[in-house]
Design a protein around this ligand. Structure first.
Ligand SMILES: [Zn+2]
Length: 102
């Protein structure tokens, strides 16, 4: 999927169509645990961002959450910056394997 770097679209703050600059959404850095491990650690009573307080592996998870299969595509989000009011908004596109800014 190709996404243009400039889009003319509606701005909800200006309440009219205006030119927007498109940039990628910055992702937060991950901790040492992966997403599924964090979910299991949370189910075992760990608080977010504190590690797992030595509880990992000592008791089974309470939830019966199961990984049902990985998807090969991702939903891509981009930040739109209005050139008139300089406010940001986030737009999420359809699922695609790759998204390129052009
Ligand atoms: Zn605006």
């Amino acid at each position: 999927m190709k996404v243009p770097k400039k889009i003319k679209t509606y701005c909800s703050k200006c309440k009219k169509h205006a030119e927007h600059a498109v940039s990628e959404v910055k992702r937060k850095e991950r901790g040492s645990l992966k997403k599924g491990s964090i979910k299991r650690a949370l189910a075992r009573g760990a608080a977010p961002k504190t590690g797992n307080k030595g509880q990992y592996g000592s008791k089974p998870p309470i939830s019966k959450w199961k990984r049902t299969g990985a998807k090969s595509s991702k939903k891509h989000s981009f930040r739109l910056k209005c050139k008139e009011c300089n406010k940001f908004s986030i737009r999420t596109y359809k699922r695609a394997k790759k998204a390129l800014l052009e």
